[in-house]
Write a protein that binds this ligand. Structure first.
Ligand code: ATP
Length: 442
């Protein structure tokens, strides 16, 4: 399969991610396990940079949002209150012959009674809950059943009062959280698009009832612009309004941000929902503790409405890699590069001695030492300089610093720019400042 112009195919992506150490199959030596992935040395850098960019825009730069890091396992009553125990399920059928399991909405037609894989007969549809179950404590009975959270949001709702009293925030204000979520997806796939273990970045933004529709629209715009600020191309993004029959049980209106994936077309990367007062009201009801807000101007206790921008880190990772991938022809040779924004690039600066000549290495190592406290760096002295530039281009390193024989004479190095491939001579004494200027977002 050939990628549309400037877009990589899934095969290219998976192979690049493995070859360069972005993403590995989980427990690959045992044959892997479906829906679980490990992030390698470059992957963990990119993932952390994505999380940092979100946290900066959502918490650090705002005055009305604070952070939280809640436990993955909660009192199971929280999931009864949220509706997940009763409704977080997909209808499934099993094949009586080959034993494969399918979501009914994946079958060629809803009334299919024959297995699409082997032609065997299918069972009646049954609801299959997507929450992973476990047991807390030594006894494995019904009373000790607990769940791995399928979304981070509920940890925020149950802490509403704690955060309100400790921060004295006034409406409107938000609580943001980044953390793992788990869903026993029936059909994980498309690489890290649909996983069974993934990470979410969620903001629950509490507002006065009646102002919710306006705030919802503001957050839709805000979040769309955030994706643009990551460098994602506008033509590959669009908004999709949920129709009435697909709205979640808690939602008054939901708009998804979708990205045009080469393997699946436009698909959800973030959902922005107006969750009304559903969650706070339900947790108040089920816990017996009031999760309300005293509104001074009206002199009464109210249950705030909630606007929720919710996105997956892994899907963002996939989007960023696909969107920044480029192939160029340079002097008759193909060059593959990731046009990553410098704040996202796993490696900011590579230090490259022109050769392994023993006269060059100590100087190159000193330059590397100078930069390490300030930037994520790599040192590479294997193979020709041209090949090393290509290797750095492929992982999106914005700048390369080359130490050559002239450096020994004039104390200057060559700084090469990934996108323009322009090179300039910079004295080592001014190198830090010059790099900082070229990496303004750090
Ligand atoms: P989908 O329709 O693709 O299953 P969803 O509507 O169930 O997604 P939400 O519950 O709205 O997803 O979750 C919010 C965000 O979390 C999604 O936009 C997505 O980025 C991420 N996400 C959800 N499920 C997964 C998953 N299985 N793997 C990776 N990311 C996920």
């Amino acid at each position: 399969m050939n990628a549309p112009a400037g877009k990589m195919t899934m095969e290219q992506l998976v192979s690049l991610c493995k070859r360069r150490g972005f993403v590995f199959q989980s427990s690959e030596v045992y044959g892997g396990i479906g829906g679980f992935w490990d992030y390698g040395p470059l992957g963990v850098e990119l993932k952390n940079n994505i999380k940092r960019a979100w946290w900066k825009a959502t918490v650090q730069e705002r005055t009305d949002v604070v952070g939280l890091d809640a436990a993955i396992i909660m009192n199971p009553r929280a999931w009864k209150a949220s509706g997940h125990i009763d409704t977080f399920a997909d209808p499934m059928v099993d094949c009586r012959s080959c034993k494969r399991r399918f979501r009914t909405d994946e079958l060629p037609s809803p009334e299919s009674r024959v297995c699409p894989e082997c032609g065997g007969a299918l069972t009646e549809p049954r609801m299959f809950n997507l929450m992973f179950k476990t047991f807390v404590g030594p006894v494995e009975d019904e009373a000790s059943v607990a769940y791995l959270r399928p979304e981070t949001a509920q940890g925020i709702f149950v802490n509403f009062d704690n955060v309100l009293t400790t921060t004295r925030k006034k409406l409107p204000f938000g609580i943001a959280q980044i953390g793992k979520a788990f869903r026993n997806e029936i059909t994980p796939g498309n690489f890290i698009f649909r996983d069974r273990e993934f990470e979410q970045m969620e903001l629950e933004y509490f507002v006065l009832p009646g102002t919710d529709e306006e705030w919802h629209q503001r957050w839709i715009d805000e979040r769309f612009n955030w994706w643009l600020s990551l460098g994602i191309r506008r033509e590959n993004l669009h908004l999709r309004e949920h129709s009435a029959d697909e709205l979640s049980h808690y939602s008054k209106r939901t708009v998804d941000i979708e990205y045009d994936f080469p393997f699946a077309g436009f698909s959800e990367i973030e959902g922005i929902a107006n969750r009304t007062d559903f969650d706070l009201a339900r947790h108040s009801e089920f816990s017996g503790r009031s999760l309300s807000y005293f509104d001074e101007p009206s002199g009464e206790h109210i249950t705030p409405y909630v606007i929720e921008p919710s996105m997956g880190v892994d899907r963002c990772f996939l989007t960023v890699l696909i969107d920044s991938y480029a192939e160029e022809e340079v002097r008759g040779e193909k060059r593959v590069l990731m046009r990553l924004k410098s704040e996202l690039a796993p490696v900011k600066v590579a230090v490259l001695p022109l050769s392994r000549n023993e006269k060059l290495l100590p100087t190159a190592e000193r330059v590397w030492e100078l930069l390490r406290p300030h930037f994520m760096t790599q040192f590479d002295d294997a193979q020709s300089i041209g090949r090393r530039y290509r290797r750095q281009d492929e992982i999106g390193t914005p700048l390369c610093v080359t130490v050559d024989f002239e450096t020994l004479e004039d104390g200057a190095v060559t700084v090469r720019d990934r996108d323009s491939m322009e090179q300039m001579r910079v004295p080592v004494s001014g190198l830090l400042d010059a790099l900082r200027e070229k990496l303004p977002s750090l």
